[in-house]
Write a protein that binds this ligand. Structure first.
Ligand SMILES: Cc1cc2nc3c(=O)[nH]c(=O)nc-3n(C[C@H](O)[C@H](O)[C@H](O)COP(=O)(O)O)c2cc1C
Length: 358
């Protein structure tokens, strides 16, 4: 059953940032854990399960999530400079009938404020970021909020700017990596499922830029554990090239991010206000689970075929313990839930009860 979400979609991003988290996640009750036996990138965790980049806006959210037994918490993506959030609202409900296949995603989705099961949503923030010293100090608090058997991951990305060269864009990724590395975050993640320069689609689909960014980051962060966060790949050949890049420069691949769709209100108008580009936004939750599972299965097959050693973090539509198990069976070393966790602060506890051996 859906509970009060810890990110309140009826409030602005700023209000959530200042006053959140909400609901039971924020009640201060700490889930008592047994022994941490599972592995996450060389760190001992109680269960290889957590919350991916996004819903955990700052250290208050991370602390509350750790207390509820989410052992891997990813701090929402930061940038090398301040960046404003897209206009309110930033989250709306959608109601797909079954899987959001690429055929279904060609049709406009109707969005509203009624959150129902099976839960799917659209989110559109534009990756806001506070001033660098603000997030750096706050990440340090999030790192110490992790208890025994828990790990804080910091997500970061580069920023597209007008008239920027490719090298300047890559350099901004590397600057963000250096600033992220200066915090004590034990694991870093770079968000490659975000716009590339020149309206070229997402960075992760330009594997030449992906390789340059990834190599540049590795040079700056030394041996720190490093995750590549990507979107869904339709072609196995491209997924295999990504795997080669990860094998060379990273420790892990996390996927998938949201799938894109046109989102309108019931009267047919653009549901999310602002620029016309906001007619399309990212969808997540149950409707994209098929894609996340397919991504993990295919990537695990490539990893085995090529003898690669990176780990796979499975994301997309995990709302129940059974979904978690499906990802583990597909080959995910760890599993993350954004939408499911937002509406169920007890999801980690339910998974630990259902699968005490991870
Ligand atoms: C509210 C919200 C904010 C998000 N923000 C980010 C982000 O800043 N960086 C990122 O890499 N992914 C972001 N995501 C994507 C999630 O990490 C995840 O890949 C996606 O939502 C699919 O998982 P789900 O079906 O469990 O929601 C966000 C997702 C949600 C729901």
């Amino acid at each position: 059953m859906l509970q009060e979400p810890f990110y309140d979609p009826t409030k602005s991003y700023e209000e959530n940032y200042d006053k959140g988290p909400y609901g039971a996640l924020a009640d201060g009750k700490v889930f008592a854990q047994g022994e941490s036996k599972a592995d996450f990138l060389g760190f001992k965790v109680y269960a290889p399960f957590g919350i991916p980049a996004g819903p955990l806006l700052n250290s208050k959210f991370c602390k509350a999530a750790f207390e509820k037994g989410f052992d891997i918490c990813v701090y929402k993506t930061v940038r090398s400079d301040t960046f404003a959030c897209h206009p309110f609202p930033n989250v709306l409900a959608i109601h797909p009938k079954g899987d959001l296949t690429f055929e279904e995603l060609k049709k406009p989705l109707v969005a509203d404020t009624t959150y129902t099961e099976p839960l799917s949503i659209t989110n559109s923030f534009g990756v806001p970021s506070k001033q660098v010293p603000v997030w750096q100090e706050d990440v340090k608090k999030a790192v110490v909020a992790a208890g025994k058997g828990q790990v804080l991951v910091l997500s970061f990305m580069g920023t597209v700017k007008p008239n920027q060269t490719q090298q300047e864009f890559i350099d901004d990724y590397i600057l963000a990596a250096r600033l992220a590395h200066e915090t004590d975050a034990p694991v870093l993640e770079t968000n490659l499922s975000c716009p590339n320069i020149g309206n070229e689609g997402l960075v992760c689909y330009n594997l030449e830029v992906t390789e340059k960014v990834t190599k540049g980051i590795r040079d700056i962060i030394g041996s720190k554990k490093f995750i590549l966060k990507v979107g869904y790949y339709k072609e196995d050949s491209e997924l295999e090239r990504l795997a080669e890049i990860a094998n060379e420069y990273a420790d892990s691949i996390s996927g998938i991010n949201t799938l894109q769709a046109e989102v309108r209100d019931i009267t047919g108008n653009q549901a999310l206000p602002g620029s016309p580009a906001r007619l399309r936004s990212g969808v997540c939750g149950v409707g994209i689970r098929w894609a996340g599972l397919d991504f993990v299965r295919r990537l695990a097959k490539i990893r085995e075929k090529r003898g690669f050693k990176f780990s796979i973090e499975g994301v997309g539509g995990v709302l129940t313990p059974t979904d978690y198990k499906a990802y583990r069976d597909a080959g995910a070393d760890s599993v993350m839930s954004a939408t499911g966790a937002m509406w169920n602060p007890y999801l980690a506890q339910e998974i630990k009860k259902a699968y005490p051996n991870g």
